[in-house]
Write a protein that binds this ligand. Sequence first.
Ligand code: SAM
Length: 287
Amino acid sequence: MNYRHIFHAGHICDVAKHIVLTMLLAHLRGKEAGFFALDSHAGAGLYDLHDLRALKTGEAKSGIYKLLRAPPLPDAPDYYRILELFNPGWKPAMGADGLGQFRFYPGSPLFIREMLRPQDKLIACEWHADDVIDLKRQFRAMRNAHVHHRDGYEALGAFLPPAEARGLVLIDPPYEEPDEFARLSIVLPVAHGRWPQGMFMIWYPVKERPSVWRFHEALTQSGIPKILCAEFMFEEETRGDRLNGSGLILVNPPWQFDERLRALFPQLHDALQTPDRGARVEWLTKE
Ligand code: SAM
């Protein structure tokens, strides 16, 4: 297992994924009853963008740092609020003038942590021992959020269904293994069978298109209703050996969430000034 998220923190894919994540969590907060969140591949939690590993790839430059130069996106207030919590002294309205004050990029478990109310619950799983240590440090004082050093796929069986009726499962593996798509095609129907009313969000890389087609085809055949595919494309798909887009599979998304993403993605393209402006928001299966 070589993947370390510090090399990729704040990349365009993180920005797109975490904005959508906060939008889904904001929906869950719309009802008084507590929700449950499971982050199966949580990462280290907080990333220092001045760390040499982050600087080596420089991926935050075309991602979060580009976004912060642009006027704040109106549909993502929670996303900016949480960035502000981890970067005291920085404000979303500072634009390019604030870049020097912005240094720490939160990962998915911290976005979820900051959306929790006392009645909500989070379980975050991570397999890399060093990342688990970092992550545990950030959850020490929390009573309703717990970190487990555990295989994220195995955790789906262990923690689903939760006691809460509503909630979200984020599955964000590193795609180091060539069979990750095939594995997800098997794992998701089982997890959905255990918790059919839960929301599921799977992130995937759009690189080599045929493997994505095969993944979509398997999901279409899975029998799971209400699967929305949302791809934010930032490079023209002329090559299959690079990351061209950020994909999301959303099961049971909120009503009209497809329309919200169709409105969000052009704004995100404008803000990030991406080389390509492609987007695909389509239902793989309906009710
Ligand atoms: N979800 C994080 C975020 O958005 O900030 C990023 C996660 S990163 C893409 C994938 C993570 O999965 C890495 O931290 C890696 O160590 C971890 N990982 C790899 N195999 C795993 C497994 N079997 N179970 C749990 N975590 C795993």
